[in-house]
Design a protein around this ligand. Structure first.
Ligand code: NAP
Ligand code: MG
Length: 506
């Protein structure tokens, strides 16, 4: 059926109006400032950039492109803030972080809508992000009470004890795919451990973090939390290379992460990196096809494929393959692509037009080497979505595993399906990528699941499910997917250093 152009126009207008209404309700200030030393200030430079709505293209706000001089101010303020923050007892830090989580929880729906608007993620998924924000602040509030040193027996005439101390000032840089959640994964453990922070959000999605600072800023001493918006190569790189930043925590692409590591090397600044992935999902021959399809849909199309851990390489046993691909493609086609603010939407727009082009380029690369598009393959034809950065959920079969589309991170809703019949060959192929972030396994056989989980070179394995992130569970990568673990007990430890004190006895 040919869409009626008038009703398409009306549809596009309806989406635009809905988004303008949401923006005027949710965005406190359309001219954002930097947050340094407990106050909102203007950047020392004049550079500004637009924060856009990826669904409609409208400008939501204008942000300031912080520069090296702003980072300098923020780092100085953070050291002052640290002087106060470090005097708080673990119990006081726990109380403050708990209050932060309570305040976010009280306005959870607003934060979820703000992330949906700014990032384009479906509102139903954004709510899940904010639940995790609340859960992670609560978890690290408790963890603030758990940091302990030890005594080390070395003989009668010495007494050795260790204490755990915060780094002082930590620099944090985050991506745009889970705006407030990525900020939380970094802020909650760093603050819980007693550090002060300078954080640079992603250019594309500063809005929920800015509202978060408005909401909770008064709970922290001035300077304990500073937010400098800006471009990666300027604000980000100045933070990484700053000689008075004692630790850098970065989440983003492997390519930028490599540069961050080099920059941190100048001052031998300690570093943790959460980077990209090309994660496998393996369907074993005993799997229930319906369940495998559900897990695969979640693994691949959650957040429109803009997940570092997305299960983008799907290995289905040859016995199930034909039936699986048919049902999986049908389920992908049934996903509702559209306005992320609507409850029924499963797939919102990608973050930017550049990301759409990048995804299309990878689809093209896959088809050039023999890949066959089973469903999707590009932008939707629905004119109502013409102003947004939409890509249809795409399934590709028969591309060789060496193909760039199978080896590189696409960061869009594009699944590559492979068949398998020999376990040893499967594991070889599964591990034949430079990344090692996550993997999924679908089987009812525990022994098979355990064996495969051990054989796959990744930091995280989900069995019969995907994308589960309870606080307390360590998350991070092997190989080129990163260094260090987030969201767990070891994360708060990683925001501290060991100091050894050796007493002479007698
Ligand atoms: P990106 O381009 O690497 O950017 C990430 C952050 O780094 C942004 O804030 C960016 O600033 C900043 N940046 C850029 N160049 C920089 C430089 N030279 N020095 C310091 N900072 C710099 O990644 P993205 O496209 O935003 O996010 C997607 C990537 O993040 C994917 O690869 C994904 O896998 C990864 N990711 C990993 C995890 C994980 O936990 N492993 C979680 C989420 C995402 P601008 O805003 O100016 O670009
Ligand atoms: Mg945006």
């Amino acid at each position: 059926m040919t869409p009626d152009p008038q009703s398409s126009d009306r549809g596009a207008l309806e989406i635009a109006e809905r988004h303008e209404r949401a923006a005027s309700e949710l965005i406190r200030e359309t001219e954002l400032q930097l947050y340094i030393d407990g106050v909102w200030v203007d950047s020392i430079g004049d550079a500004r950039f637009d924060v856009r709505d990826p669904t409609t293209g409208i400008r939501l706000a204008m942000a300031q492109a912080g520069n090296a001089a702003d980072i300098e101010r923020a780092v100085t303020a953070a050291w002052r803030g640290y002087e106060t923050w470090k005097t708080k007892s673990p119990a006081e830090r726990q109380t403050i972080l708990t209050e932060i989580s309570d305040r976010v929880e009280a306005r959870a729906e607003e934060f979820a809508r703000l992330d949906s608007l700014d990032n384009g993620k479906p509102i139903t998924e954004a709510r899940g992000d904010i639940e995790l924000v609340v859960d992670h602040f609560r978890y690290f509030a408790g963890a603030a009470r758990t940091l302990e040193g030890k005594t080390v027996p070395v003989g009668r005439d010495q007494h050795v004890e260790t204490i755990r101390e915060p780094y002082g000032v930590v620099g944090q840089i985050i991506p745009w795919n889970f705006p407030l959640l990525m900020a939380t994964w970094k802020l909650a453990p760093a603050l819980a451990a007693g550090n002060a922070v300078v954080l640079k959000p992603a250019e594309e999605t500063p809005l929920s973090l800015m509202e978060f600072v408005h909401e909770v800023g008064d709970l922290l001493p001035a300077g304990a939390l500073n937010v400098v918006t800006g471009y990666g190569p300027e604000a980000g790189a100045s933070l990484v290379e700053h000689p008075r930043v004692s630790k850098i925590a970065f989440t983003g692409s492997t390519e930028v992460g490599r540069g961050v590591m080099k920059g941190a090397a100048n001052n031998l600044t300690d570093i943790s990196l959460e980077l990209g992935g090309k994660s496998p999902l393996i369907v074993f021959p005993d799997a229930d096809v319906n369940r495998a399809v559900d897990v695969a849909i979640d693994a691949m199309f959650y957040n429109a494929g803009e997940c570092c851990c997305a299960g983008t390489r799907l290995f289905v046993h040859d016995m199930l393959r034909e039936q699986f691909v048919e049902e999986f493609a049908a389920a992908a086609e049934a996903l509702v692509v559209g306005d992320p603010l609507l409850e029924k939407t499963d797939i919102g727009p990608k973050i930017s037009a550049t990301q759409v082009e990048r995804t299309e380029q990878y689809i093209k690369l896959a088809t050039e080497v023999g890949g066959q598009v089973v469903t999707g393959g590009g932008r939707p034809t629905d004119d109502r979505l013409g102003r947004g950065n939409f890509v249809l959920p795409t399934v590709i079969e028969r591309a060789p595993h060496e193909a760039r589309a199978a080896q590189e991170e696409i960061f869009g809703p594009v699944e590559l399906v492979f068949g398998w019949n020999s376990y040893d060959r499967l594991i070889e192929q599964v591990n034949d990528v430079k990344f090692g972030l996550a993997a999924g396994i679908v089987t009812d056989d525990l022994t098979t699941a355990r064996r495969a989980a051990r054989d796959i070179e990744v930091g995280n394995v989900w069995v019969n499910q995907y994308n589960e992130f309870p606080a307390g569970q360590p998350f991070g990568g092997y190989k080129q997917s990163g260094i260090g673990r987030e969201t767990a007990r070891e994360t708060i430890e990683a925001y501290t250093r060991t100091k050894t004190i050796n007493f002479r006895v007698g």
